[in-house]
Design a protein around this ligand. Structure first.
Ligand SMILES: [Zn+2]
Ligand SMILES: [Zn+2]
Ligand SMILES: [Zn+2]
Ligand SMILES: [Zn+2]
Length: 309
């Protein structure tokens, strides 16, 4: 993808004419590049290409020929490959409508594409809607967009508001949402097994002191007990544990490595995970080393621009 930015006063060009001119230029210059389609992207136009331009010469052709589509024929159009992703979020956005309808990712994408503030932004992946708790009526929404190296789009977006289920919510900068790691030894979040404080492996199904593959032979639920009356049958060797798992992080009936877990849902929100462990007074998770994400963010983004080149 290439984004071209005409300067103010260049006039207005239709998408089709920009695509046509640039393709004409590419043919004339014997380039194998082609523009497949164009889309408005704030003050610029985003061009989807059949290949990524690899030389400054190719970008110069695109810049020169895109300019021919504008009334003032500018020769100083900026054409660049969006290399930076910007990280944006909405905090405390409504999650539920009065009729109980939830804010889904599809719904949020529809809001983004129909709002004046965000029409034409290029999402760098699906947005994430993270409900603040299983019973909360608010959520955080994270969305990453492609931007120019100068962050032109982000600069215009931060501080603008979006109507989300009837409430105006300001767009804020965020930090890169590097997922919080989950330890595959003790199944707690926000550390990796290398730094695991646990004495030994913990089972994600039952939180017992064994690895998951030994659950069937060691777990109370599966190993059986012939001495009681009636005897408890052991789970057959080749069968998975048929008993209800208990998540050692959230207490619900799924294994700790389940994607249904609320911790998994919040894996991009280290603050939420730390807060949850703090509430559970689990000192091994709230004190000590800062998480990788915290350290990688230093110095903190004082500007709050939300942009990382
Ligand atoms: Zn661990
Ligand atoms: Zn187990
Ligand atoms: Zn079992
Ligand atoms: Zn859980």
């Amino acid at each position: 993808m290439v984004i071209v930015f005409p300067k103010d006063g260049a006039g207005v060009a239709s998408l089709d004419s920009v695509v046509d001119y640039v393709n004409r230029g590419l043919v004339q210059e014997r380039s194998k590049l082609r523009v497949l389609s164009g889309a408005y992207n704030f003050k610029g136009i985003a061009l989807s290409m059949n290949q990524v331009p690899t030389t400054a010469g190719e970008l110069a052709i695109i810049s020169l020929w895109a300019g021919k589509a504008y009334p003032s024929k500018p020769t100083d159009l900026l054409a660049e490959i969006p290399k930076s992703q910007s990280y944006l979020k909405l905090s405390d956005a409504p999650f539920l409508e009065s009729d109980g309808t939830k804010l889904t990712v599809q719904r949020f994408q529809a809001i983004l594409s129909s709002s004046v503030a965000t029409q034409g932004i290029l999402l760098a992946g699906p947005p994430r809607v993270v409900r603040n708790s299983p019973t909360s009526d608010t959520c955080s929404v994270f969305f990453n967009i492609w931007d120019s190296q100068q962050g032109l789009t982000t600069a215009q977006l931060i501080g603008r508001s979006l109507m989300v289920l009837g409430r105006a919510i300001y767009i804020r900068g965020s930090t890169p949402q590097i997922g919080s790691p989950q330890c595959d030894r003790c199944w707690k979040w926000s550390h990796v097994s290398r730094r695991c404080p646990s004495k030994g492996s913990v089972c994600p199904r039952c939180a017992g002191p064994h690895r998951e593959e030994h659950h069937r032979v060691l777990a109370v639920c599966c190993k059986g007990n012939p001495k009681v009356n009636p005897p408890v049958q052991a789970t057959p060797v080749d069968a998975p544990c048929p008993h209800t798992a208990r998540c050692l992080n959230c207490g619900s009936s799924h294994p700790a490595n389940s994607r249904r877990c609320i911790f998994f849902n919040h894996r991009f929100d280290g603050d939420w995970i730390r807060g949850r462990y703090a509430a559970l007074q689990d000192p091994s998770q709230v004190s000590g080393r800062p998480s990788r994400r915290q350290r990688s963010n230093s110095p903190p983004q004082a500007s709050g621009s939300g942009r990382v080149a």
